[in-house]
Design a protein. Structure first.
Length: 311
């Protein structure tokens, strides 16, 4: 198979690790956050117009994650002119050229919000495959806090984001069987070989044992137990247990249904009277976080995320 490979899921869910794993395959190369579909699709009008096409290509290549690939805009435009001038085809040309530059035959990208436009992606690329990584929302929130610290509304937004992403993962996998796979971070770190072997089957590729060693990812060297050993470790599983009980209670209240659907069971939480009062006060927000609609979308996005997407 030669179709594009897309990797999606919320932040702090293990996408980067899995990108390195998949890019360790001799045929596969994935970009990091080029975000072609989520940032550029439809933004420059009809690409049959040469001016629109050039503006779009120049904007794509100006994005720092793409600029570092040093692709040739004239070559991309020349190939686009030989067939249907669609955004999907343009993105395929860019990703295929990037893979070729890396010495690989199959390209793709890691993009956090790609799950939002999965139907359009799969219509444009009939042989593409999408892998959606999910992680226990309690552990994911702990990782967000460890990186960014606590801030007003961060717990609410992070949980609403997780609920929305988890529900899209379920829906997309149900509607696009054989083309959309959901992978739990916990399964990857518990049994890397079996999980990666199943992913290779899904992608139509032969499993390569070296993939789980992630040999070219120096960022994970501190997790290796010896030369050639896998850096894929379960040391980050269960860290959500260190969160304050009221935060765990909020996450479990807001995300109960998708958590159970994905195999993340709520655990008993003992709240003191102050935490019980605080938890009761956040019940309306938890209801918004777990209910699809415009209110949850606004809660999940927040001002910072809206500015980032618009950029």
């Amino acid at each position: 198979m030669s179709g594009l490979v897309y990797l999606t899921g919320t932040s702090r869910s293990g996408k980067t690790l899995l990108r390195h794993v998949l890019s360790s395959h001799p045929r596969i190369w994935l970009s990091r956050r080029t975000d072609l579909w989520t940032r550029f699709d439809g933004r420059f009008g009809d690409l049959a117009d040469d001016g629109n096409a050039r503006r779009c290509v120049e904007a794509i290549l100006a994005r720092k994650q793409v600029a570092s690939l040093r692709l040739d805009p004239d070559r991309i435009l020349a190939e686009l002119a030989t067939g249907a001038p669609t955004y999907g085809r343009l993105f395929e040309i860019v990703l295929r050229d990037a893979a070729r530059a890396a010495g690989k035959r199959r390209g793709g990208e890691q993009s956090e919000d790609l799950d939002r436009c999965a139907p359009a992606v799969l219509r444009a690329h009939p042989d593409a495959r999408i892998v959606h990584v999910v992680r226990d929302p309690r552990d994911r929130y702990e990782a967000v806090v460890a990186r960014d610290g606590r801030a007003p509304g961060r717990l609410w937004r992070t949980t609403a984001q997780w609920c929305a992403s988890a529900e899209r993962a379920e829906r997309n996998a149900r509607r696009h069987p054989g083309r959309y796979a959901v992978v739990r971070y916990e399964d990857l770190v518990a049994d890397p070989a079996a999980t990666v072997r199943a992913l290779c089957d899904f992608l139509g590729e032969d499993y390569e044992p070296a993939m789980v060693a992630v040999p070219d990812a120096r960022r994970y060297d501190e997790l290796r137990t010896g030369p050639g050993a896998t850096p894929i470790s379960g040391r980050f599983v269960g860290r959500g247990g260190a969160l304050p009980p009221r935060e765990v209670a909020f996450i479990q209240c807001a995300a109960r249904r998708p958590m159970r659907a994905l195999g993340y069971e709520p655990r008993p939480v003992r709240l003191g009277w102050r935490d019980r009062v605080a938890h009761a006060a956040t019940a309306p927000i938890a209801a918004i976080a777990r209910t699809p609609g415009a209110a949850r979308d606004a809660l999940a996005s927040g001002p910072a995320r809206r500015r980032e997407v618009a950029a």
